[in-house]
Design a protein around this ligand. Structure first.
Ligand SMILES: [Zn+2]
Length: 408
């Protein structure tokens, strides 16, 4: 057993502490990272004391030394977007046939009876997998359509696995008009949050422009801005979303009208980014998710607004939605980060594998990807000083996959 003041020294072939790194945008993403070869991370009572070359490390007597071997050690990762609550539905949706087909396969599953112990097991397994993958913190959307829908079950599972969490409590559909002073929280989350510490780690959010009432989105965004909470929503994910918002037609509209939207719903006649802007949803403290359909001009507008963008490239690929326009996104100066989305659209919740995907598929350099996983993910979730192994920080680390190992 490690005593609280005991010293543990982790040795690794390479270490990327990211000390002093700020959230990176544009060209900053590609700047060299300070690397320590044959590195030692000195940890006292779970807190980083120093990160230095092994030969300079003078272990105090009684210190435990663990040699991690030929690996690259980095700060633990930030998974800025997941749907942990849906983990029990892994592998049951239709993939590679577009967004509307995927959604049509998901909707009936959400209404299935769900035994609490089955749900609890799925949540625990999902959280344990994320912790094992070196995840420090998750931005989790808790939806409103499950039998046990509030954030408390996910929070309990996350705590059991040592994960930090931001719970985004999702407004979906055209619920009764929102009085944001009294009811900023969606109904399914109110009981779990009222007067509880969990509320401080939670934020109301919108599902998407096509599925959440515009007045609700506006009110929640305004509440989050006043409370200094991150406001999150899915944006520019699919061609179906684009079609529905621009000309009011297509399969997504057929699926939503009468279910989530009123029969008299009318399309705003705008592309998603322009519509989000017209509702005042963009700006610092906002986390848009996906952006796979953003064009270069839209990426520039989003960057200019100060909005952060979470990419979930494997989820996009699995739904047949293509790849994010990485060149335009990075050149725009956007604050980019990574998320897995949920197990209904992804194979696992290891956010490092989103970075590996971008490395393999789009040749994004490792220094940019390591920043997306750490300092940028932390900043996008409003955790400005996290994502670094610096004296005084929590000793949360991950081992980088070989393709992200930084060798220059
Ligand atoms: Zn999502």
């Amino acid at each position: 057993m490690i005593m609280t003041d005991s010293v543990l020294i982790l040795r690794a072939k390479t270490m990327l502490p990211l000390a002093g790194e700020k959230p990176a945008r544009g060209r900053e993403l590609f700047a060299p990272l300070k690397k320590i070869d044959n590195g030692a991370l000195v940890v006292r009572g779970g807190v980083v004391e120093s990160a230095l070359p092994w030969p300079e490390c003078k272990p105090p007597s009684g210190a435990r030394v663990r040699d991690l071997g030929e690996v690259c050690l980095a700060p633990a990762c930030f998974n800025a977007h997941a749907h942990i609550n849906l983990s029990h539905l892994a592998g049951r949706t239709v993939r590679h046939r577009g967004f509307a087909v995927w959604l049509a396969s998901l909707i009936p599953l959400l209404g299935e009876p769900l035994a609490p112990e089955v749900h609890k097991r799925a949540l625990l397994d999902a959280c344990a997998d994320m912790a094992d993958a070196g995840t420090a913190h998750v931005g989790d959307f808790c939806g409103s359509t499950l039998v046990n829908p509030g954030p408390e079950a996910v929070d309990e599972a996350g705590r059991a696995c040592g994960l930090g969490m931001t719970h985004f409590c999702e407004w979906l559909g055209f619920l009764p008009p929102l009085n944001d002073e009294v009811y900023p929280w969606p109904p399914h989350c109110r009981a779990a949050l009222a007067g509880r510490p969990l509320q401080a780690e939670s934020a109301p959010c919108g599902h998407a422009l096509y599925s959440t009432a515009p007045q609700t989105l506006r009110a929640v965004r305004s509440f989050c801005a006043r409370q200094r909470k991150v406001f999150a929503f899915h944006l520019a994910e699919s061609p179906e979303e684009e079609q529905m918002l621009t000309d009011g037609g297509g399969p997504l509209k057929d699926m939503c009208v009468g279910r989530l939207l009123p029969e008299n719903w009318r399309a705003p006649g705008m592309r998603p980014l322009a519509y989000a802007g017209s509702l005042d949803l963009l700006g610092p403290g906002v986390l848009a998710v996906h952006g796979v359909r953003l064009n270069t001009d839209e990426a520039a507008i989003l960057a200019e607004s100060g909005t952060a963008l979470c990419l979930c490239p494997r989820s996009n690929n699995n739904l047949g939605l293509g790849v994010p326009p990485m060149r335009g996104l990075t050149e725009s100066g956007l604050l980019l980060c990574l998320g897995t989305d949920g197990l209904t659209s992804n194979d696992d919740l290891d956010v490092r594998r989103e970075a590996v995907y971008l490395r393999e598929r789009l040749d994004v350099p490792p220094e940019a990807l390591v920043r997306l996983l750490t300092v940028n993910g932390a900043a996008a979730l409003g955790l400005e000083n996290a994502g670094r192994l610096t004296p005084g920080s929590a000793a949360d680390f991950c081992i980088l996959p070989e393709l992200l190992t930084y060798n220059s």
